[in-house]
Ligand binder design. Structure first.
Ligand code: BTN
Length: 276
């Protein structure tokens, strides 16, 4: 049980932005992303904000599982916020959408930057000490015939933006990156509070991306870029110094062979640590 979800308040805030948006709270589901992709493939392409109090098969990037933080006890406040936003979407250019989403969520969680929430290309939220606070999984389903579209381009797709945020403490065991959580700097925060804070700006920012692309978000990303100026290693073994992101959201890495632009969503990148 995650406490009272602010469904009426969110509906009032989001309806003017995305007419027809449904807000659904699932007590248990395999994965909010999987569910919205399943619905889209079955022809249900209405805008939805789907929140799961528990996911049994949460998914991360690169086919990895996403494990929610374990709730302290039945009935306690949920230790994770897991939700997906789905909508028909047709931006002029899709490049950098995950960066814009990351900037939106980071600014919603840490508006003045005091908590030190950073963005780790392409779609993780980290704290200053490289612990992972949240992850983003963006997926799309094939063109939707006859849909009302947020954005000016031609063929809409159904966009699913999935977000998982650690709200309460969690064990590092089994995680690739040590975890961070929101209650480190907001001790009383609930998953419902965090959803109330981040969902309206997220919808606004996704719609703004549809119209204007990554450019308005680049400064926001730069201000929180966790990799810029650091030595990094890519999963293909390339190493170099990160020079931030380019106009299309690509990661720029100065390697021995020159400046490389990393766009592949198949690659992962991590900062090099002493001894690497
Ligand atoms: C990552 O860190 O690789 C991305 C994690 C994304 C997790 C969220 S939780 C809500 C939504 N449903 C999923 O199955 N995944 C995303």
């Amino acid at each position: 049980m995650a406490g009272a979800w602010p469904v009426a308040e969110l509906s009032a805030a989001l309806a003017p932005l995305l007419p027809g948006l449904r807000i659904e709270i699932a007590a248990e589901i395999d994965s909010t992303n999987t569910e919205l992709m399943r619905r889209a493939r079955a022809g249900d392409t209405a805008p939805v904000l789907l929140v799961a109090e528990r996911q049994t098969a949460g998914r991360g990037r690169l086919g990895r599982p996403w494990e929610s933080a374990r709730d302290a006890e039945p009935g306690a406040q949920a230790a994770s916020l897991t939700f997906s936003l789905g909508l028909p979407f047709a931006p002029r250019d899709w490049s950098g959408l995950s960066l814009a989403v990351g900037a939106s969520v980071a600014d919603g969680l840490d508006p003045d930057g005091a908590a030190g929430v950073r963005l780790k290309w392409p779609n993780d939220l980290w704290m200053a000490d490289d612990r992972k606070l949240a992850g983003i999984l963006i997926e799309t389903a094939s063109p939707v015939a006859g849909a009302v579209v947020a954005g000016p381009a031609l063929a809409p797709r159904y966009l699913v933006v999935g977000i998982g945020i650690n709200i309460g403490p969690r064990d590092a065991q089994g995680l690739r990156a040590p975890p961070a959580w929101v209650r480190e700097w907001r001790p009383a925060a609930t998953a419902a509070d965090v959803l109330r804070d981040i969902a309206p700006p997220l919808v606004r920012d996704v719609l703004a991306f549809g119209l204007r692309g990554l450019a308005p978000f680049a400064v926001r990303f730069d201000a929180r870029d966790a990799l810029r100026g650091r030595e990094v290693e890519l999963s293909d073994g390339t190493t170099g110094c990160c020079e931030g992101i380019g106009w299309g959201g690509e990661l720029r890495v100065r390697t021995a062979a020159g400046l490389q632009s990393i766009t592949s969503s198949d690659l992962s990148v991590r900062p090099r640590r002493a001894g690497d």
